[in-house]
Ligand binder design. Structure first.
Ligand code: FEO
Length: 429
């Protein structure tokens, strides 16, 4: 049964006079990029923008949908009318039909951001013709006749290459993945489709959130614009109250947690899980050591009792992270790995990290956690502490030293490190 108001299966859809949606719907997709759930499928949005001097095509679609893309495109323009091809982002869900489009409109230059060059080579391989490629700059302008394109450099939303295309005469922003969501509805426009707020927020949390600083930088470019429409690369076209979505990004990218600690205090989070209370004792000692340093607010959490999601929010705002885990079967335990694996959702690069834990036989957990922290680009300034079974008073003092030294790193009170190479050798043996 056809949905009333649904887009025709093979025709372009007018978004505004002279602007058409020429994308593709993928309603049955249930996972995107393997890791992202898409309960409502998705769409690959592409657009044709007509001026008196020619047409610009902004983005294409996933390769499997090239046929419908070209059916829609050729229903609203002829190949020889294409004056410019713009790729806001080269991920395959948007560049799948690009090689064929370049062949179909050999007269049209391709406008991409400068960081996209290297990626384009990976897509076109030997078919890359550098003379057709124009790297966009803030001052780049493509005149279509009565309409012109400009480009906002918005890197890392969510790839290094991402940009937005701005048509000032209309107030239209072709935003790529930004302000998009995986929500497929054949009625296409935000004032026609069902409630997709959860999908919009979910997309932000999983795609944009790790790049929050870049989102905030991009918002400084977008917020001053007099927006009449946002045309993202996924999900509904935002023609009703487009500023609402910009404001939502501002809310989502703004730290949500009030830090009740004194202004400028550093925050250190100590997570632990303990089988017999030994790692728990160590956690308390780490906390006490960290608390001995002024200007650090230390929080202690038992992972046996908590959901991961609230901890991810805390971690995003924290300056330092310490993880304590026993070693079971040669590994750290699952709740610790669950939390560590969820850290790909936030930017933890540059935070300080450390590990500790009690063990019975071999004690691999501490080293494995440290490796993971380094892999996430945390700074791990000193070796962790591992203790065989029940910690002695000396070993608890070592845990306190770990906490204190990490706190000193956070507050800038740490002196230059003396590296004991014999200890390093002993450790790696
Ligand atoms: Fe929709 Fe990042 O591709």
């Amino acid at each position: 049964m056809n949905t009333p108001g649904a887009v025709p299966p093979d025709k372009a859809v007018a978004v505004a006079p002279g602007v058409h949606w020429v994308g593709a719907l993928d309603p049955d997709l249930r996972q995107f990029d393997i890791i992202l759930r898409t309960a409502n499928g998705t769409s690959y949005n592409a657009y044709a923008i007509r001026g008196t001097a020619g047409v610009a095509v902004v983005d294409t679609v996933k390769a499997e949908y090239a046929d419908v893309f070209f059916q829609r495109l050729w229903s609203c323009c002829r190949p020889e009318e294409i004056k410019a091809i713009v790729l806001n982002h080269l991920e395959p869900d948007h560049s799948g039909a690009l090689p064929e489009l370049l062949r179909a409109a050999p007269q049209a230059p391709l406008y991409i951001s400068r960081p996209a060059f290297a990626m384009l080579k990976g897509i076109l391989k030997d078919g890359l013709d550098p003379s057709r490629i124009i790297a966009t700059e803030p001052e780049t302008r493509v005149e279509l006749g009565g309409r012109s394109l400009r480009f906002l450099q918005t890197p890392y939303l969510h790839w290094p290459d991402t940009q937005c295309t701005w048509v000032e005469e209309d107030g239209f922003l072709f935003s790529g993945d930004v302000f998009g969501c995986h929500f497929c509805d054949p009625r296409l426009f935000n004032d026609k489709v069902g409630d997709f707020r959860f999908s919009f927020d979910y997309y932000y949390q999983h795609i944009m959130r790790p790049f929050r600083e870049h989102v905030l930088t991009a918002l400084k470019l977008v917020e001053p614009l007099t927006l009449r429409l946002i045309a993202p690369a996924h999900g509904p076209v935002l023609r009703d109250a487009p500023q609402t979505y910009v404001r939502r990004y501002r809310q989502l990218a703004t730290p949500q947690l009030q830090n009740e600690a004194a202004e400028r205090a550093k925050t250190l989070l100590v997570f632990y899980i303990s089988a017999y209370g030994n790692t728990q004792q160590m956690a308390h000692a780490v906390r006490e050591g960290a608390e001995s340093v002024d200007g650090v607010r230390v929080s202690l959490y038992d992972l046996a009792g908590g959901e991961t999601a609230p901890f991810v929010d805390l971690i995003e705002e924290a300056d330092g992270l310490v993880f304590g885990s026993p070693t079971i079967n040669g590994d750290a335990v699952k709740p610790v790995w669950d939390l560590l694996s969820s850290l790909t959702l936030v930017n933890v690069r540059g935070k300080f990290g450390a590990a500790f834990g009690s063990y019975g036989w071999s004690g691999e957990a501490v080293g494995l956690i440290e490796d993971r922290l380094r892999g996430l680009k945390l700074r791990v300034p000193r070796p962790g502490v591992k203790v065989k079974l029940i910690p002695t008073a000396e070993e608890l003092a070592e845990c306190a030293t770990l906490g204190r030294e990490l706190a000193e790193q956070l507050t800038g009170k740490a002196g230059p490190r003396h590296i004991d190479f014999s200890a390093l050798h002993a450790r790696s043996a």
